[in-house]
Design a protein around this ligand. Sequence first.
Ligand code: ZN
Length: 228
Amino acid sequence: MDVKELKERVLKANLLLPKYGLVTFTWGNVSEYDRESGLVAIKPSGVEYDSMTADDIVVLTLDGEKVEGRLSPSSDTPTHLEIYRNFDGVCGVVHTHSRYATSFAQACIGIPPLGTTHGDYYYGEIPCTREMTDAEVKGEYELETGRVIVECCKEYRNIPAVLVANHGPFVWGKDCMEAVHNSVVLEELSAMAWITKTLRSDTPNMPQRLLDKHFFRKHGANAYYGQK
Ligand SMILES: [Zn+2]
């Protein structure tokens, strides 16, 4: 993929965040990693979505060295890069402070798998990280955030999202569009989990057999959902 195309894709993905009601003001950011060229494109820091153009998108190496763009990259860039460096097959990352997912993050609890909407996308509870330590917060905070995510998610191959405790969701996918799609689903799941638990606080997780059925009919070697 050439750099221009990468920037256009990342611009388009970023503009979907306000469209789907996932961000307020300039909060939130999307990036994409092109494994072929080794380059990452990400939203610039603090630019309004209304006026953002492809030229504002910042291009960096996986080590964070700027290759293209006159603006500073999103302050969350080191978190995105740490995810790409550690998760094979992940080429798109989204971070938002979307209301419902962030509320679970603030409560420091994961999002339990309660029904098939969840099972279609996430194979089990979407985890919440541990709290960050004093040294991590005072140190290279954004990089440390990435490290806490990696530490938390190593075991969760089929769950493309995490809640950072007291902060909000980071969501990923095979490209930036899939990561945005997963973010919209995550927000919907969070709202549904909240309502479900409000209606009945001891609602159990969905049966494992139903989770297996819904996840694996859409994902993996034996998937059959959708058009061939
Ligand atoms: Zn944030």
